[in-house]
Design a protein around this ligand. Structure first.
Ligand SMILES: Cc1cc2nc3c(=O)[nH]c(=O)nc-3n(C[C@H](O)[C@H](O)[C@H](O)COP(=O)(O)OP(=O)(O)OC[C@H]3O[C@@H](n4cnc5c(N)ncnc54)[C@H](O)[C@@H]3O)c2cc1C
Length: 571
């Protein structure tokens, strides 16, 4: 006879066995969003996407778990056996195996063709079901360098680096990192003190100074911000440089002071690094360093930060949803309890909203890159990237925490599920690539100094005008009403004291993000309707509208019990 304990253990084992074996197959929302944005490219790229979805749910999952164990974390090997300085970072074998798998998805390589941001994001989204996994940051940094070279690299820089950066073969690839932060200032990039001394003969520079947060410390090439010797204080005096790790097999005059012990992203090596005259190739014009850093390098990694947040939220939802179907309490699966259904419904609504907002941004990037849109869309996109990085990273932490709640005590146990690691990684997503206040401050500056709010407002107004289904008219009307209210508040803030504006701006940014996501969801719904696709999107839109756009209490939402029950169990 089966004891109660055996039954309880058996239920959990069943849960483990019933988990999806392909993250694309079970993500009907992602499939539809990709069909909408990729068009014919969806079928053409299906084998690549499907393979990534399968690997992410199976072997990548195992390797990410293994490489994140305490005894798998990166180690610093400073010198070789002959006493030569190497500054080598050595990882567990599972880390390299995982890297080989991730690079083979072509998540970076597809960027060799302009107009593939959505495709690359789709691959990164599935990979990120395993959290940062030690490789999502290297992928983002490498993508940032690819875009930097494509936009402003010299022919020589492009010819030398791009074939290596765009490799799918991990053993032959070069990957990149981005070193900006110094101990005296991360948000305050203008406080950078690392100096670049020109070498008039070669046109190259020598870097001296120290960087405080250097992720992907094992990279083959570093993108480094440094003050050009004698140049102005603040961000105006900063250049951006390519610093190869080795030159002719010899360390390029840098030292790793130590590897940091972090709350999340633990299997990826983040170091403190000092430069003792490292040879540095400038990205020209060198005085555009800060502009290129923010406009290309950080813009890319902020976009991918949001993609990672969406993938992590989706994994948290999958873990919680499948668990709720198998975990019994008081004689029934916990999925049957309306209060559990509400948590799951909120998780999927927020995840789909964040994915809608993020994929729309990726699509905007593709339109700009392929010449189908111009500077106005690029300006609107710049704002949307910054606010969306902030919003998706905070929503990610919330959603993962909800997932932990659904698993109860088991949700807090490191080897029971991926959720504790996702939670720790999500805290890093919130803090790197610009903290919340830094991003809000940059957006406020873009509004007051460059009037970019007009572009953001007009783009969203135009997008809302494309919501043309009669049954969605009340939603379209509400979106425009909210947009007008936000626009008025922005104007009001810009007229007042800038310091005071910064105090009141974050709630406005929250509303901007929610509205952006709402319009993105509505556009998806219009597309689905045109394709005669039936999905849970109308319910997602309804709940997102009432709970997050209108900020209603749940008691005010029509048919709330049916909505949460249906959404909790739908895929
Ligand atoms: C795991 C990890 C890896 C990282 N990897 C890299 C890397 O590879 N390369 C790199 O360059 N950096 C990296 N960073 C650094 C990261 O980008 C910085 O931590 C971030 O930019 C914030 O800088 P800071 O830590 O110095 O915080 P601070 O600038 O000291 O900020 C502290 C707090 O003050 C707030 N604040 C600062 N200025 C203002 C203001 N004007 N108004 C209101 N509030 C303000 C901030 O929002 C924050 O909440 C990494 C960070 C982490 C956690």
């Amino acid at each position: 006879m089966t004891s109660k304990i055996d039954k309880g253990r058996g239920d959990l084992q069943t849960w483990e066995r019933m988990k999806p074996r392909n993250y694309l197959d079970v993500d009907q929302n992602l499939q539809r969003v990709l069909q909408m944005y990729l068009g014919e490219g969806y079928n053409a790229n299906w084998p690549m996407l499907h393979r990534a979805g399968e690997m992410a749910a199976t072997r990548m999952d195992e390797l990410a778990r293994r490489s994140n164990l305490d005894d798998g974390l990166p180690e610093l090997h400073r010198f070789d056996e002959f006493g030569e300085r190497k500054e080598e970072v050595v990882f567990h074998s599972s880390y390299y195996d995982l890297g080989a798998m991730i690079w083979s998805t072509a998540v970076v390589a597809v960027l060799g063709e302009p107009g593939n941001d959505v495709l690359s994001a789709a691959l990164a989204y599935m990979i990120s079901h395993n959290g940062e996994a030690g490789h999502v940051c290297p992928v983002a940094c490498t993508c940032g360098m690819v875009k930097l070279l494509q936009a402003v690299g010299t022919e020589q820089q492009r010819d030398h680096f791009l074939p290596l950066l765009l490799q799918t073969d991990y053993s032959r690839r070069m990957h990149a990192s981005q070193f900006v932060t110094e101990i005296q200032g991360g948000s305050d990039v203008g406080a950078n003190d690392c100096v670049a001394v020109p070498d008039p003969e070669s046109g190259l520079y020598h870097l001296h100074g120290e960087k405080w947060f250097c992720s992907v410390a094992d990279a083959g090439v570093f993108v480094v911000s440094a003050r050009i010797e004698g140049a102005a204080e603040g961000t105006a005096g900063l250049g951006l440089f390519l610093v190869p790790r080795m030159i002719n097999g010899v360390n390029n005059n840098f030292g790793i002071r130590r590897l940091k012990t972090k709350v999340g992203t633990r299997s990826m090596a983040t170091a403190e690094i000092e430069f003792w005259g490292a040879l540095a190739d400038p990205i020209k014009p060198v005085e555009d360093g800060f502009k290129n850093l923010v406009g290309i390098v950080l813009d890319t990694s902020r976009g991918l930060n949001a993609v990672a947040a969406c993938g992590m939220m989706r994994r948290a939802f999958l873990e919680a949803q499948t668990y709720a179907a198998h975990r019994l309490a008081f004689g029934q699966p916990i999925m049957e309890f309306p209060a559990v259904q509400e948590i799951l419904a909120r998780m999927t609504v927020l995840q789909q909203a964040a994915t809608a907002a993020t994929m729309r941004i990726m699509h905007m990037g593709d339109l700009v890159a392929t010449g189908q849109a111009g500077e106005e869309l690029a300006a609107a996109r710049r704002i949307q990237v910054m606010i969306n990085k902030y919003w998706t990273s905070t929503v990610c932490t919330d959603v993962v925490r909800m997932g932990v709640e659904v698993l109860g005590g088991n949700g807090t146990i490191e080897d029971f599920s991926v959720l504790p690691r996702l939670y720790r990684d999500s805290m890093v997503l919130e803090n790197w690539e610009g903290t919340h206040n830094t991003l809000c401050a940059q957006v406020l500056r873009d509004f007051s100094q460059r009037q970019l709010h007009f572009f953001w407002i007009e783009e969203l107004r135009e997008a809302a005008s494309r919501v043309d289904l009669p049954q969605l008219e009340p939603h379209r009307h509400r979106a425009i009403e909210e947009l007008d209210a936000i626009a008025a508040t922005i104007e009001q803030l810009l007229e007042g004291d800038p310091l005071e504006a910064s105090l009141y701006f974050r709630p406005v940014v929250n509303r901007m993000c929610v509205l952006g996501a709402f319009v993105a969801l509505l556009l998806e719904l219009c597309w689905e309707s045109g394709e005669q696709i039936e999905s849970n999107k109308p319910m997602v839109v309804d709940l997102f509208h009432r709970l997050y756009v209108d900020r209603c209490d749940t008691g005010e939402v029509d048919d709330f019990p049916t909505l949460v029950k249906t959404l909790a169990s739908s895929i």
